[in-house]
Design a protein around this ligand. Structure first.
Ligand code: CUA
Length: 168
């Protein structure tokens, strides 16, 4: 094998992965977008942060029971607290959190749950989880938002589930 031919082989050995790697990235993007359903936030779920007091559902923040064991928690974040600051939920409930900000970018993380969202003014963040274990779960703003950031704490209180007899 002459030197020139070996040089071509060496070059091809580098060209192939340099083509294959971007193709692999592209395939990964297509798979996450269409098969897994991961997407950037769209126009759906936009809200005017200055008009929250007159825009449903944020005009009435709080917990709503949609069906037995199925809740919706509407929360606003602002410097430096959450409204409502405390939510009380019976164990076993499935809760969808619908959160937005009145002012700057905040975070909404409920300890020991998968709920962990950015809270962006103008954008509605939405996530659902089920609370199986009674107890107190702290809610943290995990995005630095100003001088009172470290004071921005809320609480979810999961009460023991009502037994069948207690409902009668
Ligand atoms: Cu709100 Cu940090």
């Amino acid at each position: 094998m002459n030197r020139k031919y070996l040089g071509y082989l060496f070059e091809i050995a580098w060209i192939l992965p340099s083509v294959a790697v971007p193709i692999a990235f592209l395939v990964a993007i297509v798979i996450t977008a269409f098969a897994v359903g991961i997407a950037v936030p769209g126009n759906v779920g936009r809200v005017d942060p200055k008009a929250l007091s007159t825009t449903p559902p944020f005009d009435k923040p709080g917990l709503r029971e949609l069906a037995p064991g199925r809740y919706e928690a509407v929360v606003t974040a602002q410097l430096f607290n959450f409204t409502p600051g405390e939510l009380e939920i019976p164990a076993g409930s499935k809760v969808t959190f619908i959160v937005t900000s009145r002012d700057v970018i905040h975070g909404y993380k409920i300890e020991n749950t998968p709920i962990n969202m950015m809270v962006i003014p103008g954008q509605i963040s939405r996530m659902t989880t089920t609370f199986d274990t009674p107890g107190e779960y702290y809610v943290y703003c995990h995005e630095y938002c100003g001088g009172g950031h470290h004071l921005m704490v809320g609480k979810v209180i999961v009460t023991p589930a009502k037994t069948a007899s207690a409902n009668r």
